[in-house]
Design a protein around this ligand. Structure first.
Ligand code: APR
Length: 255
């Protein structure tokens, strides 16, 4: 393991454009369950209930969606960045981070200290709510207060349209600017580090492939095996927090 950690640190120091790609596994050590591990979100909820078409279909579906979304939001609201988030923020301070491409909606990269321009939120954010009709944006807490007061499916103050957390649901179109930027950054990276993702959800999961095909070294840090392990230059099966903290220690020693 030590050799692998040193190798990644060496590659970070030598690289010009380091892209970090993060998934829900990066935030489990902050108390937010991931999706596909035992006890994860898709163990407790049926993913079909989260389909965008269902949300649009009826008031009842929206009420069900908001009930589930509220339960998922609680641990996110309280969560603090863990060692892995802090290590990635430090990479930015050291000038060794081109960007973070994240599938996570919890906003913890910002809480850890990464700047807005360095984080690409591919699946949106749970920290804001948008009107699907007029696009008006609301702070999540403002809408959660209405839910606590008994509102089941909140609607827009301006146009009366349905409000939804500003996340990208299955069946919803991906955010154009963020997706294009993520492809561009992945294809021009020379070191791509995927952390805490099962790498099964498209189009996000194609980013490591794009990077590899354009000549980047691919490192995968994940507790469980992923479908891309065989094509990676280096794989570490371990806890993201301890692994990233050790790698950063070595980067600082060698710098
Ligand atoms: N350290 C390292 N890896 C971890 C840790 C940890 N502390 N905790 C969990 N993992 C790993 C798991 O082994 C799993 O392979 O993180 C991975 C998380 O995978 P998923 O739950 O599938 O999450 P993610 O890849 O982010 O899912 C992609 O799917 O449901 C949608 O929109 C949702 O953005 C999400 C997308």
């Amino acid at each position: 393991m030590e050799d692998k950690l040193s190798q990644v640190a060496e590659w970070i120091l030598r690289a010009n454009k380091v892209v970090v790609f993060s998934g829900a596994g990066l935030s489990t050590e902050s108390g937010i369950p991931d999706f596909r591990s035992p006890g994860g979100v898709w163990d407790r909820y049926n993913p079909e209930d989260f389909y965008f078409q269902n949300f649009l279909a009826s008031e009842t579906s929206r009420e069900k969606y908001w009930q589930m979304a509220t339960e998922m939001y609680e641990p996110m609201k309280k969560a603090q960045p863990n060692l892995a988030h802090l290590a990635i923020a430090e990479m930015e301070r050291l000038g060794k981070l081109d960007c973070v491409i994240t599938q996570n909606i919890d906003g913890l990269h910002f809480k850890a200290g990464n700047s807005k321009e360095k984080v690409i939120q591919l699946h949106g954010t749970a920290m804001f709510v948008s009107c699907l009709s007029c696009g008006k944006s609301y702070d999540r807490e403002v809408i959660q207060e209405r839910i606590q007061k008994g509102v089941k499916a909140p609607s827009c103050d301006d146009c009366g349209g349905p409000l939804k957390p500003a996340t990208i649901s299955f069946g919803q179109s991906m955010p154009e600017r963020e997706t294009e930027e993520a492809y561009h950054r992945s294809s021009s990276s020379d070191l791509f580090i995927a952390i805490g993702s099962s790498l099964v959800v498209q189009p996000a999961a194609s980013m490591p492939l794009v990077a590899k095909r354009n000549g980047a070294k691919l490192v995968i840090i994940n507790r469980d095996p992923t479908p891309y392990d065989t094509m990676a230059d280096l794989v570490i099966h371990g806890q993201a927090g301890t692994v990233m903290a050790s790698i950063l220690e070595k980067v600082k020693e060698k710098k």
